[in-house]
Design a binder for this molecule. Structure first.
Ligand code: NAD
Length: 477
């Protein structure tokens, strides 16, 4: 059993103010594998005051000093890669190869990208060569960073590294159900030698630590990734202190497969939704298929879903693992049952455990066909390996169906007609549109429209969220 009960505050590992042990469950076995502490309001206050004090000096550091520390962190992260793979694999059920090639690699790519961006970024410049006005980018202050469990390291690095690069100080509260990678991350920050108080980690739940962070007057900004439900609570709780709140929330992506799409479009769409066991915020969970190819598409989708293997995370291979928790498992099974009750056709998978697995939160890759956009499975974020297939006839109809959701994070479209692809991409209301299976480059902005959020993470746009911009007049007089 791993014991990681201390918090990282003011450059040291400190005991919580009162013991509050919490077991971390391995979703492949349903057994606890680690014990952490859940923090209190007092622990959070101590961390916030350490960050507030450290801000006075950290904000004045040169870009070169911050860069040198970030480069050191980057080397440590790469050296301790296998530990990071193991931590994420066990805590959230990502199979080892996926935990390395996707989860851990995302963290490394983001960190490298931010280092590159700030090398070229001018934190101050003349407004115009003829003007005496001067523009300065300054760190926003003390930041509360609250992250989810589905891509633990991706979410942490996307916030902490640009915040450090900007000159902010911070309190990180990772998801309490997948906290081990966050603790390892804090060890790496410590080893890199960031000054005490610049980065602090307090584990805990949302109701106590998260809530205290979002309402605290000494927190200048909250950067949150998680559910739309918690995002709304945070926004409300932050209102009295007028702090900046950036929200990266849920999604219900549509994937329009036109009749002229490339040959493997349906199979790729199925693989995409099932990866990470369906626990991706921008997963293409609603596949819209144009009627002339509907029957062929359904056959291919079912065949592909049945080819996907499900197994424990500790094995190497290209299978998918369990979903994170009993709560998520029950929610997904409930939604699968709602799809059956509401009259969708269950074409693959279903609510039973996959063959050969009697323990663990495993769900069969599941496909519903003949879904209509008013069914719960088409409206709610399922966050599991469940795909809804919806038939459509015209381009306009497909765009309307995709946009008919309260979310707007990632949408997808498949067609070999470039003009149509561009036309449709512009009409889809989401932060990202993926055409013909292409992925995004590290450093492009990521974020949502509508109830998928209001911020952008990644590259220059992610850095900018942590900066205030100041105009100083009379600079040259
Ligand atoms: P969650 O909202 O339950 O929890 C996320 C984090 O918020 C956790 O650290 C939790 O402890 C904390 N929290 C919960 N209630 C809080 C409150 N009232 N105040 C402050 N903090 C609170 O989400 P989850 O189940 O961990 O993650 C899954 C969700 O995250 C999905 O909806 C997914 O779409 C979303 N997500 C979005 C993005 C994105 O970039 N848009 C990326 C990954 C995940």
């Amino acid at each position: 059993m791993i014991e990681k009960k201390n918090f990282y505050i003011n450059g040291k590992w400190v005991s919580p103010s009162k013991p509050n042990d919490f077991e971390v469950i391995d979703p492949s076995t349903e057994e606890p594998f680690a014990i952490i502490s859940l923090g209190s309001i007092e622990d959070t206050d101590i961390a916030i005051s350490a960050a507030k004090k450290a801000f006075e000096t950290w904000r004045e550091t040169s870009k070169e000093k911050r860069l040198a520390l970030l480069e050191k962190f980057d080397q440590i992260y790469n050296r301790r890669w296998d530990e990071m793979v193991k931590a994420q694999s066990t805590e959230m059920g990502a199979p080892l190869d996926y935990a390395s090639e996707t989860h851990t690699k995302m963290g490394a790519d983001i960190s490298k990208n931010i280092i590159k961006i700030i090398k070229d970024f001018n934190f101050e410049h003349q407004f115009d060569p003829k003007s005496n006005n001067h523009i300065r980018y300054e760190p926003i202050g003390v930041c509360g960073l609250i992250t989810p469990w589905n891509f633990p390291m991706n979410q942490i690095v996307l916030k902490v590294i640009p915040a450090l690069a900007a000159g902010c100080t911070m309190i990180l509260k990772p998801s309490e159900i997948a906290p081990i990678s966050g603790i390892l991350f804090a060890e790496m920050i410590h080893e890199a030698g960031f000054p005490p108080g610049v980065f602090n980690l307090v584990n805990g739940n949302g109701e106590v630590v998260g809530n205290h962070i979002s309402g605290h007057p000494d927190i200048d900004m909250v950067s949150f990734t998680g559910s739309t439900r918690a995002g709304k609570l945070i926004q409300k709780n932050a209102a009295d202190t007028i702090k900046k709140v950036t929200l990266e929330l849920g999604g219900k992506g549509g994937n329009i497969v036109f009749a002229d799409s490339y040959p493997n479009a349906v199979r790729d769409g199925v693989r995409n939704i099932m990866s990470n066991s369906g626990q991706s915020c921008d997963a293409p969970t609603r596949m819209l298929v144009q009627k002339p190819i509907y029957e062929r598409a359904v056959k291919e989708a079912v065949d592909e879903a049945n080819l996907i293997k499900v197994d424990v995370a500790s094995k190497k291979g290209d299978h998918i693992g369990p979903v994170i928790s009993k709560i998520q498992y029950d929610k997904i099974i409930n939604l699968i049952e709602s799809g059956i009750k509401e009259g969708a056709t269950l074409a693959a998978g279903g609510p039973e455990l996959p063959n050969g697995l009697n323990k663990g939160y495993f769900i069969k890759p599941t496909i519903f066909t003949d879904v209509t956009n008013d069914m719960r499975i088409a409206k709610e974020e399922i966050f599991g390996p469940v795909l809804s297939i919806i038939p459509f006839e015209t381009e306009e109809e497909a765009i309307n169906i995709v946009n008919d959701t309260s979310y707007g994070l990632g949408n997808y479209l498949q067609t070999e007609d470039k003009e149509k692809a561009h036309r449709v991409a512009k009409k889809l209301r989401s932060g990202t549109v993926y055409i013909n299976g292409n992925g995004t480059d590290s450093g492009t902005p990521f974020g949502g429209y509508k109830q998928s959020g209001n911020g952008r993470e990644g590259g220059f746009w992610g850095l900018q969220e942590f900066l205030e911009v100041k105009t100083i007049t009379g600079w040259n007089k």
